[in-house]
Design a protein around this ligand. Sequence first.
Ligand code: SAH
Ligand code: SF4
Length: 390
Amino acid sequence: MTIRPDIRTLTLPQLQEVVAGLRQPAFRAGQIAEWLYRRKVASWAEMTNVPAELRKQLAERYDLHALQQATSKLIPGEAMKFLWRLRDGQLIESVLLKANPALYGQASDRRTLCISTQVGCAYGCKFCASGLAGWKRNLQADEIVEQFLASERWLAGQTDFLPAEAEPTAAETARGISVENQVPKPGRLIHNLVIMGMGEPLANYEALLQALKILNAPWGGDIGARKITISTSGLAPQIRSLANEPFQFRLAISLHGATDEVRTRIMPVNRKYPLRELLAACDYYVVHKGKMITLEYVLIEGINDQLEQVKPLAEITRRLHAKLNLIPYNHVAGLDWKRPSESHQKDFLNALLDRRVPATLRQEKGHDIDAACGQLRLRTEGSITPQAPA
Ligand code: SAH
Ligand code: SF4
């Protein structure tokens, strides 16, 4: 069976080439992009102003595959976790939150979507549900893009996740949304994207960048690069590559250990890219992009939450001029790790603040809905093999 690429793996210039190859005027590519990204249609039939013959030719060459919702969990008005079924039956997750976990995780009327980039994860961090069942495959660009489109489709039918009226996107404002065709007004339903779902985004570099190009473009998702945060467990060479790309994405580093000893114990990737190498790549990113990095630090009782960790953690944060986001460990079924008591979390935070480190403690949203990455999939797919600390 020949597998056709999905139409949403293409950027607008690539779509224009396809349309030109079919001897159609270039504006047809713009119309198709409008249907795909502004109106988020899930079928060719809905593209009513595109000639039927062109739709037929495109359908013969390209898929337009909408993600199927396998299951979901909702905390009304707060968080929604989707479990999506892909064409080949694999399951991935996205989480919609009324907050931005990458930006201090405060309660907010902004909506943030956390998306996946792989089925499972090969990096096997010892506290993480995504790594437990191993790595299955990379997502294609359209599967990354469609998590955003499908979530906006769902949001459009909701009332408790929406403000009174959806905001026009920047591109819509620029060209005046009222002159658009006679379709329901689209608008900005998701304000921030965080690439913090299942998988290691920088291990699926090409597809990730293609998807983010589409989601960032004014003709596509129209989400500003500054509203997009990529989180990585610390793939040093790819951090450097990202620094050389012409995009101003935010970068979050899953640090979780301020010494090689602690970090290697819970993150096998630290053997390949120890702190010295990781921090040098972060320096490179900061210098080349002129952007502040966020450091993520999951607090796990007795593993990385001792007060003597504060000094090296403060040194790393200051060296990188970074912000530090402390995240209480989210329990994963089958793993023995514990989150520290609230009073200890606060002591750890205060010790950092005393050293003038710009640190915050995440007020967890979605804790009740298995929101830590990989957990819903794990529960749905069944058994796991717990891993002991190294
Ligand atoms: N692979 C990337 C992005 C996905 S993980 C990365 O590691 O950065 C997104 C974030 O969730 C990471 O900071 C990860 O360490 C954190 N995380 C994973 N399991 C968790 C858990 N059980 N509790 C709290 N945070 C967790
Ligand atoms: Fe993979 Fe990130 Fe989970 Fe580590 S924390 S196993 S890199 S998804």
